[in-house]
Design a protein around this ligand. Sequence first.
Ligand code: AMP
Ligand code: MG
Length: 431
Amino acid sequence: MLSVSEARDRLLAGLTPLDRQVVRIDESLNRVLAEEVRASIALPPFDNSAMDGYAVRAADVGTATIGKPVILEVSGDIPAGIVEARALTPGAAMRIMTGAMLPDGADAVVPVESTTSPSAMSGVELPERIEVVSAVGVGEHVRRAGGDVQPGQLILQRGVRLGPPHIGMLASLGIPSISVYRKPRVALLSTGDELVEIDQAIRPGQIHDGNGYALAAATRAAGGTPLRLGIVPDRLEAVIACLEQALALDADLIVSSAGVSLGAFDFVRAAIEREGRLEFWRVNIRPGKPFVYGSYRNLPFVGLPGNPVSALVTFEVFVRPMLDRMSGMAETARTHLRARLTEPVGSDGRESYLRAIVTWENGSYQAILAGSQDSGVLSSLVRANGLIVLPAGSRSLPVGEEVEVWLTGGLGDTAGQSETPGTEILSVDRE
Ligand code: AMP
Ligand code: MG
């Protein structure tokens, strides 16, 4: 049976970043940058004050103390956004607000707190002179032009997923739109004769299509666009007809749930074997051993197990990296940590992802199981904030042992809930 890392390597091997598109930066949250960004201007663009106070020549106030203040004439008033045309003369100060451009001749700012004057408070009139009660050095409380970013500097690398700081930087540089990779379009189908839509009441023997929604949410959280094809009956022809629909919708990847085990009505693998190409159908992972990978008419196809926890965990382990690769990222970002077990854990020797609750206590991370590890028990995944990763072959670990944990939040938190309404078809629901 394939190991988890072999399986992941094979899943990623054939994938390349999708094509690029230009978007406004206000629609770029969680998109992956397809170009590198260099600054065309300096940040800050000009020398400016870091404090509300007085622009001075440092040499004029070098001796100032509380006992022996230095008195300066106030020769000007500089609010933010204004250019003071006159230069500062020796022995004078100009009132200046945070972010305002320093006048020629000034080389430091005395914060208002270092004067006896309350004159930076709103509505207070400009005083004729001030008493400075502590010295400032050259450059103190001054933000130098280019101190943050120099013109020509490489600011953002290709392949970075854009968050609020990146978008703020682009805006600060006056860059209104940028090139990003297209979001992967993921066709999602839920197979199973027992499934009914969520707005229908269940009859005996039926369950709601939980996976359809969980996987759509996971797709969105991973920066993809879910195309929900809905529920497909356990019949070979029905599965194939649905795969055809995915083709017609121009999907980049097809993801199904259920119908991949050894049951008498499991037709997903058969459909791929007959009409597509089967690459592998089992991985040494718990939960999620029945995991199908192949292609359907050149579209990559992933058949996830039906059990809700298996579906979401294998999505995290295998599908999110695929979406990241298609989105143009070099690597999937995950937060790992080492935690101490506060209860013994065990598994059956497969590489195991155990639902856990991680807390910070007495100077170290501690991990406890979030409840039942049965792959049908979704409530323990709801409760968990991480997954303990047990390597293959590890069958039991005692209390106090250090384990690796992936901090998953609610699985998929890492990429945030990215939607940019109005820019793309977000879902296709079949009646
Ligand atoms: P299967 O792989 O078809 O044998 O399904 C394994 C288990 O997952 C069964 O208990 C199914 O009822 C359940 N299951 C299948 N599809 C879904 C779904 N869309 N949502 C929730 N549970 C499902
Ligand atoms: Mg089934």
